[in-house]
Design a protein around this ligand. Structure first.
Ligand code: FCB
Length: 458
């Protein structure tokens, strides 16, 4: 194996990430209840490819093999999520022991392989029963219901699993699920955005207090998506729109969590859309965390838009047609997203300068490209170069004092990319769905070498 230099310290955490609905399959096995994602994907026309994740990567039945692959890659850590409906099929009430046992077995096998589990408690797969009974995250009661579930999980696994992420990407969950309807629960209601966001953040706060009380040594954080926004032009209206868009996409959850208040520019423009904030809410949301998890993929551009009520801002990526991987010297992924490594540098530096340099973990970063299985190999130089350039940008920020302590590739495996189905392949490990065979891609082998080099091993 060729030698490699790594700019990362020995104790930097290298991992790979997944989410329950995207990989587990076994959607109704062993007492599991239905989630809003099971219901959404079963509805005609909701998933671009007409698929669902009833089987996905069949990780539920193949987790031992998947852990063996992680071991082969030399991962320090694995970020997976717990399916709420395996633990509590109805969302609250009786515990399904078989679901608990699955995560217990997974935890043991990770630890045996020397891999630290980092579990996300909520990666979008809300129990369908709670959506029906309570209206999901539109109801304030969800916060304590979520904390009760968190307590069951942490009591069962907390003696072995020490790292917890309460919630994944409040912005995507609130916006794509409740305003655009492109994801579960599939609502199209612009008025739902701020109330859902507020309740997601309150649920985070309630679960955090609960975990602190029952597992004082645990490391707890939340995962937020971050998409730097640049103005479409240098005109004043576009610059103003950029400030609004940045607040709407990025600071909407970062600021309440780290500073205890919503971005002033949003309160200013859209105060009538905010829910009533009760005494204690912001204190609960802004309790101290052990780390902030950030997911970073690409940047967006903002322009002034008189026709968008309240915000007067419009956001779009730099357009590339699907399958067009390069345009005007800029690279794109199979999702049509601009490859923009510099954003990871500026994001890490922004956390240092604007938010007091809290410990940061990059909980997701990666790219979909069109991979082909050739015998026992998958050659994916674009992904390797993507990971390499993003990690270089990250290491520059660390060298300049940004407190970033870990990085998780999205994703360990090719998987079910929500409403896009299995077509986008994000894995550093290829999954041949008909046979469920796993093949480590070249990018996975590259990542393994980087991890070894970071530990001072060749
Ligand atoms: C993030 C999600 C993750 C995955 C990646 C590509 O928004 O958290 O589940 O779908 O995007």
């Amino acid at each position: 194996m060729s030698e490699m230099f790594s700019p990362f310290r020995r104790d930097f955490v290298f991992g790979a990430a997944t989410a329950a609905y995207q990989i587990e399959g076994a959607w109704n096995a062993d007492g599991k209840g239905p989630s809003i994602w099971d219901a959404f994907a079963h509805r005609h026309g909701k998933i671009k490819t007409g698929e669902n994740a009833d089987i996905a990567c069949d990780h539920y039945n193949r987790y031992e093999q998947d852990v063996a692959i992680m071991k082969e890659l030399g991962l320090d850590a694995y970020r997976g999520s717990i399916a709420w409906t395996r633990i509590l099929p109805e969302g609250s009430g009786p515990v399904n022991q078989q679901g608990v046992d699955f995560y217990s077995r997974l935890t043991d096998s990770l630890l045996e392989a020397g891999i630290a589990p980092w579990y996300t408690l909520f990666h979008w797969d809300l129990p369908l029963a709670l959506q029906k009974k309570l209206g999901g995250f539109r109801n304030r009661d969800i916060a304590e219901v979520f904390a009760d579930y968190a307590e069951v999980v942490v009591r069962a696994l907390g003696d072995r699993a020490r790292n917890w992420i309460t919630i994944n990407e409040p912005f995507e969950y609130a916006f794509f699920g409740h305003v655009l309807g492109a994801m579960a629960p599939g609502l199209k209601n612009p008025l739902a955005y701020f109330p859902v966001m507020h309740n997601v953040l309150r649920a985070h706060g309630a679960a955090l207090s609960r975990i602190r009380a029952i597992s004082p040594g645990a490391t707890v954080g939340i995962t937020l998506s971050q998409t730097p926004v640049v103005p479409e032009s240098s005109t004043q209206p576009d610059q103003r729109a950029t400030e609004v868009a940045d607040a709407f996409l990025n600071h909407i959850d970062l600021r309440p969590i780290l500073k205890g208040s919503y971005p002033p520019i949003l309160l200013d423009r859209a105060h009538t859309l905010f829910p009533r904030i009760l005494p204690g809410d912001m204190e609960s949301i802004s309790q101290p965390l052990d780390f902030i998890g950030l997911n970073y993929y690409t940047r967006e551009r903002a322009s002034h838009a008189w026709y968008v009520p309240f915000l007067h801002a419009w956001v779009s990526g730099k357009d590339a047609a699907p399958g067009e991987f390069e345009k005007d010297g800029v690279q794109y992924t199979a999702m049509g997203q601009e490859v923009y490594p510099e954003g990871l540098y500026s994001l890490a530096m922004m956390m240092k300068t604007e938010y007091g340099n809290p410990p940061v973990i990059i909980t997701e970063n990666g790219a979909a490209f069109e991979d082909r299985l050739e015998g026992d190999e998958v050659h994916d130089p674009k992904r390797t170069s993507y990971l390499q350039t993003y990690l270089e940008a990250l290491s520059r920020a660390i060298a300049e004092g940004a407190d970033v302590r870990g990085y998780f590739v999205w994703s360990l495996l090719d998987n079910f990319e929500w409403a896009q189905g299995t077509r986008p392949r994000f894995g550093i490990v290829y999954v041949d769905y008909p046979s469920q065979r796993r093949v480590i891609k070249d990018s996975g082998r590259w990542y393994a070498r980087l991890i070894r080099a970071s530990r001072g091993q060749s």
